[in-house]
Structures are given as C-alpha cells and as structure tokens.
Design a protein around this ligand. Structure first.
Ligand SMILES: Nc1nc2c(c(=O)[nH]1)N[C@H]1C(S)=C(S)[C@@H](COP(=O)(O)OP(=O)(O)OC[C@H]3O[C@@H](n4cnc5c(=O)[nH]c(N)nc54)[C@H](O)[C@@H]3O)O[C@H]1N2
Ligand SMILES: Nc1nc2c(c(=O)[nH]1)N[C@H]1C(S)=C(S)[C@@H](COP(=O)(O)OP(=O)(O)OC[C@H]3O[C@@H](n4cnc5c(=O)[nH]c(N)nc54)[C@H](O)[C@@H]3O)O[C@H]1N2
Ligand code: SF4
Ligand SMILES: [Mo]
Length: 688
C-alpha cells in the first residue's frame, strides 16, 4: 500500500521501536514525512507517557544516511544496483553454497528490532529454501537463558506476569535489571508501586539508577548470583518459611535443592554479602504474601545464565510465588520484538509457537502448509556458534537487522570470522559496521514504513502501522524475502501485506491463533497464549499447573560456578557492561537523533574512587582498557557506584566494550559472557 499524499497532519498509532515495554505512540505525519511523535493516551501500557527514546524515535526515519538502494561490493567498494541484479546475485550465491555445502553451509541471523512478520517469513524462507535450521535471533545474546531456564523450570520460557501486575504485589525484588534506564515505562510501574508503599529491593553489584529508587539496595560481587540465592534459600528453609503446600502440590525435586543449599549457609566469601543482610533479604522475600521477581541481563548474560534463571525459578517456587496476581518471575525482555522473534520460530529448534522441529508431526504440518518436503529435524547451530564456524562449516550468512560487528562479544574475532565467508548478505536500514563486511546490502523499511506487529515483554502483540513510504528504492523486508523465495520456486510466499504473513503464521500456530489483526485494533490488544478468536488471552501463566509435560514445576539443585575469566594480576579489574537511557545498542538510530546524542556523545567507564586515586586517574581523563582480546580507549567516570576492582561501561559505542568481552558460552543456552571479563586500566600518555 502506498500512502496518499496530503498536506494535512495525520496521526498514525503505532508501537515504539526500541524496548520490550511496547509503548504505544502516534507518529505525526505531514507532507508524507514523519515530523514528530505524540504519546498515545489510550494505551494501558504507557498511558500517554514515553521515555526519551520513544519521544525521539521519529528523528532517524528520514535521516539522510538511510540505505536507499541495493548495493553490491565490486573490487572492494559498494556500487548501487537494481533490485533484480542484487536479488539474482543473492539467490545465485546462496543456491551455489547450498548445492556445494548443503544445509549446514548457510546461516541466518534475524533481528529482534523488526516486526514479527519479517521474522516469521525469514525463518520460513531459510527452512523451505535451504532445509536448514541454522536460523537464530538476537535473543541468543539477550534472554536466551530465560527461554532455556524458564522452560526447564516452568515449561514455558516467557514472563509469567505483566508489568502493571507489580502494583498487586507486596514486595518487588529487582535482580540484575536496571529498568529505570532500560525499560523506563515498566520502571514507572515499579515507581508507582513504591509510592503505594510496596517495598522495592534491588540486588545489583552497581548502584544503578534503579538502585537509586530502591528501598534497599543489596550490593554483591558480580556474577555470584547462585551463591547468594542458594544462601537465601538455605535460610528460608532453615526457618521453615518455605511454602510447603505449594512445594508438595505443584513441584518436584525439592530434595535436590535442599541438599545443595546446605553448602551455602554462609557464602559471604563468594558473594560478599554479610550473613545478616542475606537473612534480611531472604526473609523479606519469604515473608511477603505476594512477591514478584523482575530480572534482566545482570542474570542472563553470563556463562551461568541458564542456571541463574533457574535459581530465581527455585526461589519463587520455594515461596509459592507463581500463578497468581502480584507474584511471578519476570524477565524484562529487551528489544521491542525479542519475545516475538522467538515466538515466530526464528530459533534453531522450534517453529512458531515453540513447536519443536524434532517432532515428526510438527514437520509434517509445516511441510503441508508451506508446500515443501524434507524439513530438517536437527538442532540448528546458534548465532554465536555460527560466527565461530565461518569459513569452516558455514560459508554464507544472511543477516537481517542485526549488527554483530558491534554487539557480539570479541569484535575482533567477529570481524575476522566474517571475512572468512564466501558470501555475506546484510539487510538493514543504515550502513552499519557489519555492512562493511557484506557482499550485498539490501535496504529494508523501518518501523514507520510497514505494517506488522511487535510482541512485548508481557507477551502482548502490538500493532505497528505504516505511516510513510520507505526512502528511495528501500523495500519492506517481507517483499525482499518474497522476491527471493520466487527465485527458489517457492509457492507459499505470495503474502503481500503484514496481515497476510500474520495469518499465514496463525494458521500453523495454535497458541497464537486468537491474536488477530482485528483484535489488535483495541489498544490493549491480546496477550498470548490465545488459542481462539474469542479467548481472552493469558496475562498470567501457570495458574493451575505448570507448562512442563507433567504439569509440575521443577526444582534444580545448582552449584555456584565462577565466571569463565576472573580478574588476575595481569588483568586486575572485573568489567561489567550494560546500557544508558539515552542510547540503544549500536546507536544506528539513537546516534542519529540530536537530542540523545547531545546527552552522551561518547563512551565512558565507571570506576571506584579508590582505584582511580591509586592509579592517579582523575574524572574525565582518557584511559585505555585492555583485555586478552583487544583494547579500547574511553574516559574515566570516577565515583562510588561500582565497588573497588569493578568497572562498568556501556555497550553502545563501536570500537568499544566488545573489543574486550569474552566469547565463552553458557553450555545450555549458548549465551556468551557479555557481562563479565577481566581487564586492565591504564592512563594514556599525555591524554586528558
Ligand atoms: N536505553 C536503552 N534501553 C534498552 C536497551 C538499550 O540499548 N538502551 N536495550 C534493550 C535490551 S535488548 C535489553 S536486553 C534490556 C537490558 O536491560 P537491563 O538488563 O536492565 O540493562 P543492562 O544495563 O544491560 O544490565 C542491567 C544491570 O545488570 C547489572 N548486573 C546485575 N548483576 C550483575 C552481575 O552479576 N554481573 C554483571 N556484570 N552485571 C550485573 C548491571 O549493574 C546493570 O545495572 O534493555 C532494553 N532497553
Ligand atoms: N558487551 C555487551 N554486548 C551486548 C550486550 C551487553 O549488555 N553487553 N547486550 C546484548 C543484547 S541484550 C542485545 S539484544 C544485542 C543487540 O544487538 P543488535 O540487535 O545487533 O543491536 P542493534 O543495534 O539494535 O541492531 C539492530 C539492527 O537492525 C537495524 N534495524 C532496525 N529496524 C530494522 C528494520 O525494520 N529492518 C531492518 N532490515 N533492519 C532494521 C538497525 O539499523 C541495526 O543495525 O547486543 C548484545 N551485546
Ligand atoms: S519505555 Fe521502551 S517502549 Fe516505552 S518509550 Fe521508552 S524505549 Fe519506547
Ligand atoms: Mo537484549
């Protein structure tokens, strides 16, 4: 659909393209240009409020830097090409790779930034055209451990309760989440709860913005979650404060847990929290009638990520805090559509709605619907492992809306690996650092230029609406995939609109069948599981029983394991990484927004005053950070927010923190240790 030219101001209601809160907003359109944003007051999610990124999200839409034509690399430089030329080349190269190396010779990385419809069609294309399950999305390096851990504990990898439900709680425990910066409008619910008198406890090694609003901040040593949670559980059981009835009726393997936590009676040496404080934290959680756990990447982005998530699951079940209002274990899913990208089956072992590829009936169903045969049953290679396989097993990669040269761990390794490929296609809206390694770049349409849906962290499917046409030759991502599918003779990709793709997905996905575009016209939309069109949706999971095969929640006795790389003589500091309110990931959009860039134009590293004094480093001084993998220059930010020996740096800047990070993986979810590595800090000669 092309938009009608008009000089009248139009308001197009849509969903914010940044974080997983999924705030509704209106794009203001005049003369076929987006000229501003007005909040959407009818939305029950954000009630007319927006954070600095939401308010300014329109600014990058018409940036002069947008990709406006397909580009083909010729003799080392990019040359503009027609769509036919570019797509013919992509199809030819991918086909050649498939013929020569088979289904395992290709890999597909998809975005958590773009709409569900793009994610669904992308995985369908990978599976139908190349019979491969080597398809993954950015959740792998975000909430992959939540999907793995919560599935093992509760049978479903999704958040159990919605944001607003925090107001029904008697105590909010925030663990490794800096929601006030990373999910400001979910943070608002926590702030509202606090104003209602509900205590907010923040457990974080750093005095984060969220810790500032807490009733109590519990500081602990980075990456020692399991030791601390085990200590808490030891004391809860010892004092008989656990929920015996819930444990008896709804769970299994409690004895395994009880045995393991015996070793953590006093684990201050590991986690650094004095015994009395551990007991206080434990008893406050256990004594609250309804207590909710909200967590985020402080828990997941470690080599123990899945175990950390399961530990929180243990704690919640121990106190019977699952399956009703005001309780639960809630990962704040990060990107606007990270929940959705997983739900759509852009994952190496499942189709949409988490239907497993290994199950023959599921494959048969998809083969029939998609008009193909021989869909693979094997577990595909995950995204970070695909990077490791470049040049060996993997010869060609297709990346849609993802910027690994900045965001995957150990950037130097990523770039070396991308160079080993025979063929790389990148489909983006800007010329990213990753695009530099591409053979072909395909210009996609941004959120303001297409119809579709984003699924928020509370499993709510929100509509994204087209406000303007894409710039130049740029095209909607579903059009690009459909054109490629044609070149492979695939017959079930003639789905011109977002709604057509969504309905194609619904037809094969029982848990989302009831989430129709018609129902999404209401601002509250629907929350899956929603199996029929008259089903009310499911805001709270696991009410009567868990989603595990036998309906029981699973306890796991988990031992603490140290991170893969710990500080030593050569690299004496522990580096933690994370976010700032004003920027979003690799800043392709927020970096092109004047107001946001003005706030934080360059990276900095937080360090403790005692370390700075010892090293003779002053506030604002340029410093060099080094790890075993690389180095980066930044500016010192001296204070008390981090403990001595600990540093904190944001992930937003190219040639930044991921020059330093470690690729070691969590064995269960394949999450790299993005939030913990050992580094040294040094003054830069003459550098202030
Ligand atoms: N402004 C903004 N908002 C965003 C994003 C963005 O880029 N910018 N990205 C979105 C995405 S994709 C995500 S996943 C979420 C992430 O949201 P969050 O996970 O809340 O954000 P982070 O800042 O990455 O990390 C949160 C906290 O983890 C702490 N932490 C707690 N425990 C540990 C530990 O043991 N070790 C370490 N190293 N750190 C710990 C850090 O101190 C930090 O305050 O934010 C989303 N929202
Ligand atoms: N050290 C460290 N590293 C981290 C993290 C950390 O905490 N510490 N956090 C990790 C986490 S949680 C995440 S989620 C990842 C994020 O990693 P990425 O997903 O790689 O980061 P983004 O910068 O959001 O990249 C998204 C890309 O999609 C493009 N894009 C946006 N919309 C569209 C669209 O509609 N169509 C198309 N085709 N392209 C589009 C953008 O221009 C951008 O290039 O980073 C991870 N890396
Ligand atoms: S809280 Fe998240 S969804 Fe809401 S306006 Fe801010 S970035 Fe957008
Ligand atoms: Mo994320």
């Amino acid at each position: 659909m092309t938009t009608k030219p008009t000089s009248l101001v139009r308001y197009i209601q849509t969903t914010c393209p940044y974080c997983g809160v999924g705030c509704a907003l209106n794009l203001v359109v005049k003369n076929e240009k987006v000229v501003g944003v007005e909040p959407c007051k009818r939305s029950p999610i954000n009630e007319g409020k927006l954070c600095p990124k939401g308010v300014t999200c329109w600014e990058s839409v018409h940036s002069p830097d947008r990709l406006v034509s397909p580009l083909i690399k010729k003799n080392g430089s990019f040359v503009e090409a027609s769509w036919d030329e570019a797509l013919d080349l992509v199809a030819k190269k991918l086909k050649e790779t498939w013929d020569k190396y088979g289904s395992r010779g290709l890999g597909f990385h998809t975005s958590c930034r773009t709409v569900n419809e793009d994610c669904y069609i992308f995985q369908k294309f990978a599976r139908c055209a190349f019979k491969t399950n080597n398809v993954d999305n950015c959740a792998r390096i975000c909430h992959g451990p939540s999907v793995a851990g919560l599935s093992l504990s509760f049978g479903s990898g999704a958040a159990t309760n919605g944001f607003e439900d925090a107001l029904n709680s008697d105590l909010i425990l925030m663990w490794g989440s800096n929601a006030m910066e990373a999910h400001p409008l979910a943070g608002r619910r926590v702030a509202q709860a606090k104003m209602k008198g509900i205590p907010v406890l923040v457990v974080d090694p750093r005095f984060s913005t969220t810790a500032h609003i807490a009733d109590t901040w519990y500081q602990f040593n980075p990456s020692t979650h399991i030791a601390l949670i085990n200590s808490m559980m030891y004391w809860i059981i010892k004092e008989g404060k656990h929920d015996k009835k819930f444990i008896e009726d709804r769970t299994e393997h409690f004895e395994d847990l009880k045995k393991v936590v015996e070793n953590y009676k006093d684990a201050e040496k590991i986690h650094g929290v004095p015994l009395e404080r551990v007991k206080e934290l434990a008893f406050r959680y256990a004594d609250a009638k309804n207590a909710v756990i909200i967590y985020c990447l402080g828990i997941t982005e470690l080599t123990t990520g899945t175990d950390n998530v399961r530990s929180l699951g243990n704690l919640a079940m121990l106190c019977g805090n699952i399956g009703r209002e005001g309780v639960g274990v809630n990962p704040l899913r990060g990107q606007n559509n990270v929940q959705g990208a997983c739900d759509m089956g852009a994952y190496p072992n499942v189709y949409s709605g988490y239907q497993k590829c290994e199950v023959a009936e599921n494959r048969a169903k998809m083969e029939k619907a998609w008009g193909v045969t021989d869909l693979p049953d094997w577990y595909g290679v995950t995204l970070t492992e695909q990077i490791n396989q470049c040049g060996n097993e993997i010869k060609a990669l297709y990346m849609l809306g993802i910027n690994p040269a900045v965001t995957y761990p150990d950037s130097n390794h990523v770039k070396r690996q991308l160079e080993k490929l025979d063929f790389l296609v990148v489909q983006d809206i800007f010329m990213t650092e990753t695009c530099q390694y591409a053979d072909v770049i395909l210009p996609g349409a941004c959120f303001a230029e297409k119809d579709g849906t984003f699924t928020s962290a509370e499993r709510r499917v929100n509509r994204v609406r087209k406000a303007v046409n894409p710039p130049g030759q740029a095209k909607e991502d579903i059009w690009i995939i459909a054109e490629l599918a044609k070149r492979f003779g695939l017959k079930t990709f003639n789905l011109p609109t977002g709604k057509d793709v969504w309905d194609d997905m619904r037809a094969v996905t029982p848990s989302m069948f009831g989430c129709t575009y018609e129902r999404m016209e209401k601002p509250e939309s629907t929350i899956w599981p929603c199996p029929t069109v008259d089903h009310p949706g499911t805001p709270i999971l696991h009410r009567e029983k868990f989603a595990t095969p036998n309906g029981k929640g699973q306890f796991f006795g988990l031992e603490y394991k140290p991170p893969a790389e710990v500080a030593d003589k050569e690299y004496p500091f522990t580096l933690m990484t994370g976010r700032l309110i004003f920027h979003y990931h690799s800043r392709t959009q927020t970096g092109r927004c004047g107001a946001l860039d003005y706030e934080v134009p360059a990276s900095y590293v937080q360090m403790n005053t005692s370390d700075a004094n010892r090293l003779g480093i002053v506030q604002g001084e340029k410093v060099l950070l080094k790890s075993r993998r690389g180095q980066t220059e930044t500016v010192a930010w001296v204070g008390e927010d981090v403990a001595p020996g600990v540093l904190y740096m944001s992930m937003h800047f190219a040639e930044g923190v991921n020059n330093l990070t470690n690729t070691a993986l969590d064995p269960l979810s394949k999450m790299p240790e993005l939030k913990h590595c050992a580094v040294s800090v040094g003054k830069i000669a003459g550098g202030k």
